[in-house]
Structure formats: C-alpha cells, structure tokens
Design a protein around this ligand. Structure first.
Ligand SMILES: Cc1ncc(C[n+]2csc(CCOP(=O)(O)OP(=O)(O)O)c2C)c(N)n1
Length: 330
C-alpha cells in the first residue's frame, strides 16, 4: 500500500478506517434485510469500494457538493449523511432522509452537500458539472465531485462535462469507480480504451489509482480537490476496484447463468480495502488490535441504533406522495 506523502495524523487515519467500516456494516445489515424480504425496493451495494468514497470525501466540507449513483450508500455516508435517516429511507419510513418516498437510489441531503444517489446512469455527471458552475459563480472555493461507474463513463455526457469543465476551469472532480462490471457485462466487453485517457484530449489531468487502497485514493483526491479549489479546473480520477457482491441484491432470482468466475471474485476479496488498511495500520504500529476492535464495536453499536431508529419510524402518509414530488401539486 502506498503511504508516502499523506502525512495524516493517527486520528485521521483511524477516522478513515472507521468510516469504511461503518459503510460496510451498514450494507451488511441491508444485505440481511434484503434476504429477509424486509426491503420495499432494490439495493445496489457498495461492498469492496468503500476506500474510494472515504478517500475522496475526506477532503470535502459540508458546503462542497457530491453527486452519486444507483450504488450510493457509501457516498452518502462518507460525505457525512446520517445513517439512521438513510436506513429509514431505504425501509420506506417517514423519518427517511427523503421522507421515505425516494428509497435507496435517491438518498440525498442538501445540508451536507449530497445532491443525491441517482438511478439514471451518468445522470450525476451533468448535475455535478452544474453544481461546479454554481460553485464557481459563488466564488467561495466550493468544489463539486461526481462519483460514477465505468458503465456511466460510456455516456456521452462525460465528454461534455470534460469539455465545458476544462474550458471554464470548473471546480470539478470526476471520480470513475471502475469496478469491472456494468450490470452483468464485464467492462472489457462494453468499453474501449482506458477510461483515464478520456481526459487527455481536453487537456484535463487523468489519474489512475488503486481504488482498494484508501491512502492512494486519499492522495489522488488531495491533489485533484486542491487543484479544483484553487481554480485549476477539473481532474478525472479512475479508481480501479471490483464489485464483489452482485449488481443488485437478490439478482440470483433472475440471473440464472454465472457471469464471472468465482476465483476472480475470491482474488479481489483478498484485496478487500478494509482488512488491507487494518493490516497496514497494525504493521506501522499506528493502531493496536484492541483499538481496531473498539472501533468495530462502536460501529456495530451505531448501526444497531440506526436500525432501531429506522424500524421504529412510522410509514409515510400516502397523501403526501404527490406533495413531495411537485412544487405546486394540482
Ligand atoms: C441511462 C440508463 N441506462 C441504463 C440503465 C440501466 N442500468 C442500471 S445500472 C447499470 C450499469 C451501470 O454500470 P456502472 O456505471 O459501471 O456502475 P456499477 O453498477 O458498476 O456501479 C445500467 C446499465 C439506467 N439505470 N440508466
């Protein structure tokens, strides 16, 4: 794991570890809930990709904007979204962050700069570019970060964002999470060339990084966010990772043929960013196993409390559904 140049104090390193673990444990809870038939809608889990959201969002403040994807729980939590209200949203409860009407693919919190998860593949790219333009007009050093998948990188809007972002030097960071798949299609079967090189014709820096190494992501984002804040314009980061769970929970109910080798999944599980970072902390004597255990216990407690909060919340009043969708419902 590359570490030079982070100069992060110990408490910040432990905070990165804690946040990755919180995302993981929250999603393990959702996987269980889904298997138990408790969820009213689908969930796309971020398991194995936590280092990307956490390494990037460590550089952001509440006033900075992020846009997300259909696989958005990790982005929401890394940017400081409330776990209890996220779970309540996914459980379809009134206490949810969108009143229980949006579900997993719409978790958003403008007060934390979270423009939201998004079921439209590539939809966040245009939203983040607009947010970056707004930030530039505000002139107070805010940045906009867009998380998107390798599948979304094949939408034409990426070229449009790179073009206008470079031209207007927008404070924009484009973070492509290349997890090897677009639904059930391996990336290599639907994507030509290297995604990171798509920045080059626009004169935008492109950086490829190990997306399972939280410190490598932290370093790449450090440079990109600073450049954006200082008026240097956009950066494209391609973070290489792997989706170790399915595209969507419970996909085996409709996908009957395997679309990848189990050995490949296992090889990537061995590179899981969380135990990997734990080993690094232990090897560098930056944490003891007791400290990591204490963090794990605190996280488990936080998830249990969030579940209690979400489960005890009432369902929303159906009469409010239209009111939440339109500004002036008729
Ligand atoms: C505009 C649009 N086209 C197609 C879909 C169907 N769809 C949902 S997820 C997905 C794959 C997205 O792949 P990627 O961007 O790599 O994200 P990942 O699921 O790997 O995180 C597709 C094609 C969609 N939701 N929106």
């Amino acid at each position: 794991m590359s570490v030079t140049g982070t100069n992060l104090p110990r408490h910040e390193l432990l905070a990165l570890y804690e946040r990755m673990l919180l995302i993981r444990r929250a999603e393990e809870q959702l996987a269980q809930d889904c298997a138990a038939g408790k969820l009213p809608g689908p969930v796309h889990l971020y398991v194995g990709q936590e280092a990307i959201a956490v390494g990037v969002c460590a550089h952001l403040e509440d006033r900075d904007w992020i846009t997300s994807t259909h696989r958005g729980h990790g982005h929401f939590l890394a940017k400081g979204g409330d776990l209890g209200r996220m779970l309540a949203e996914i459980y379809g409860r009134a206490a949810g962050i969108c009143g229980g009407f949006g579900g997993s693919m719409h978790v958003a919190d403008f007060s934390k700069g979270i423009i939201g998860a998004n079921g439209v593949v590539g939809g966040g790219i245009a939203l983040a570019t607009g947010a970056a333009l707004a930030a530039q007009l505000d002139g107070d050093g805010k940045v906009a970060v867009c998380f998107f998948g390798d599948g979304a990188a094949n939408q034409g809007v990426l070229a449009e964002a790179l073009n206008v972002g470079a031209l207007w030097k927008l404070p924009l960071v484009l973070v492509c999470e290349n997890n090897g798949f677009s639904e059930f299609s391996p990336t290599a079967t639907v994507t030509s060339g290297r995604i990171v090189e798509r920045a080059r014709p626009f004169g935008v820096p492109g950086v490829e990084v190990d997306g399972n190494d939280v410190l490598a992501v932290w370093q790449a984002a450090n440079v990109a966010v600073r450049r954006a804040r200082e008026g240097g314009g956009p950066t494209l980061i391609e973070a290489r990772t792997y989706r170790t769970r399915g595209h969507v929970e419970y996909e085996t109910t409709f996908i009957t043929e395997p679309y990848r080798e189990e050995a490949e999944v296992q090889a990537w599980r061995a590179r899981d960013p969380i135990p990997r970072f734990a080993s690094w902390l232990l090897n560098h004597e930056l944490a003891s196993s007791q400290e990591l255990e204490a963090i794990a216990q605190a996280v488990a407690q936080q998830v249990a409390e969030a579940v209690r909060f979400a489960e005890s919340a009432p369902e929303p009043d159906p009469a409010l559904a239209r009111g939440s969708m339109f500004v002036n419902p008729r």
